[in-house]
Write a protein that binds this ligand. Sequence first.
Ligand code: AMP
Length: 648
Amino acid sequence: MSAAQAPQAVPAGGKGPEDGLAAFHRRSIEDREGFWAEQAALIDWHVPFERVLDDSRLPFTRWFVGGQTNLCHNAVDRHLAALGDRPALIWESTEVGQSRTLSFRELHREINRMAAVMRSFGVGRGDRVLVYMPMIAEAVVAMLACARIGAIHSVVFGGFASQSLASRIDDAQPRLIVSADAGSRNGKVIPYKPLLDEALELARHSPNAVLLVDRGLAPMIRVDRRDHDWAVQREKHLDAEVPITWLESNEVSYTLYTSGTTGKPKGVQRDVGGYAVALAASMKHIFCGNPGETYFSSSDIGWVVGHSYIVYGPLIAGMATIVYEGTPLRPDPGILWELVARHRVTVMFSAPTAIRVLKKQDPSWLKRHDISSLRALFLAGEPLDEPTARWIAEGLGCPVIDNYWQTETGWPILTLAHGIERTPTRYGSPGMPMYGYDVRLLHEQTGEEVGPGEKGVVAIVPPLPPGCMQTVWRDDERFLNTYFASIPGRQVYSTFDWGMRDGDGYWFILGRTDDVINVAGHRLGTREIEESLSSHAAVAECAVVGVADALKGQVAVAFAVLKDPSRIATDADRLALEGELMATVDRQLGAVARPSRVHFVTILPKTRSGKVLRRAIQALCERRDAGDLTTMEDAAALEQVRAALAGG
Ligand code: AMP
């Protein structure tokens, strides 16, 4: 972090200091109801709400009680009059060399057709629809069709494999699954259907129907009566008009699974009205996007950024959104900027890893396209290191805005809000608490607030603002026990991130307090990876840690104890087994979770109570001293870790 720039706040629109971000934030906490009632005017309500906030059962919070609205209406229908013929969804695939633009009117038509198809499969209000799809326009159509009819979508990232998918199918119990024959990454076809079939074999729950987009990329074996073709079904409902199902603000819009410290992912559950208001407000105050402009987020619909800032946020703001199937390097390292230039993108969103990948390329790629339309680049999902932030900000010549948040919150907790005040960037810091979030830094053991310059746990005093998770899907206990029980003596929401703030009010994120790791912006639970490795017959036990990596932020590194150490008598055996174990994780969880190395040891360092000393192992992997993290008994086990690392 650096204190290079002295913060000189300039209120947007030349207003006085009482109108700045600090005052805006203060009002959002001191007069929650007044503040959010004003923001609620940014969306359409079919029936006005009776109460802004019900915090009588904290930490469970209900926003805009009694109000009726709909995400699809706010994202699409309400723009038809003014923006009907303007682009809404721009699909660009450098993987298959195709692109397609749908106007708001065309998108509306497709959503109606799909809503009718879903209804024909018996999907109605409150039913779940699991979406397991590559980055294609149909995925967005499926999500919005669910929203239209009040069905709850649960999107599973296409990079996850059968076991991850099966556990989500069992938890969500979808009536319908929407998928495709295949995706493509780096020019390589990745079949989805076999993974889906395998997941359905593993899962206890069976959906009524599976709807499949056939892109002609990979052969599909169809299961009679269960599997249906998207195009054939669509043809049957070409003229369908499906009225909006108006939902009470606190009904469920979607669930999205995310990793924690146990092996079982949590279904983050989100509402309808609070989410729509939160996104509309963030598009105005933080992202500063205007109707008729184009927004480009290079994330994936399988992650929360994709939900909030590929699908719902930009469309609610009346912007066209780019759905990009491709990588930052193909066909050349200028592709992201070529898309910005071609579509006159004004607001862009990406992840630090993507920028670090580009930083390794010839810097002239940043200059080959006319990107003068771009007003700001937002980066999130993982820590943004200062050199990367500086490099891209200088290269683009526009503000680069780090923003810190989580699947659980749905929109930024810490960032800058240039729509309120043009607070200068401080490299290394994601900014300051956003309106609506009563963010505190608390001492891990005492629960007391820590002062500037001191490290504490980033916590949020309830009520959580609109847009944040309502609960864990069908598990209120888990919601309470996971998020609100870790700080002694206080019922506050823990982000499980360490943080610090400086004397000028800029905050810094210093890493996770738990066993969650972040690989290229992908959040993974080390326990899930350990469970997958342990399912291999040769493994007695194992430990997975996140290790700092210059490109991906972190990578997963595994240490395994074998049931029969003689299995790896030779180097060739060792390599073969390492490959087998990696393939096990690939097959069960997906390549994103694959450890970069699997080391073999005969004992793992543990506490007396049997807890694996992950932090000590991590320290050794990062060539730091593990001394004070361990006791004498662990010395031999740590020596093995050291030797395994030295052995390559
Ligand atoms: P996810 O729920 O997948 O979005 O992951 C959320 C986690 O990613 C946070 O709890 C942080 O650990 C990390 N994270 C997200 N954004 C940032 C950021 N801007 N700076 C540092 N860490 C971040």
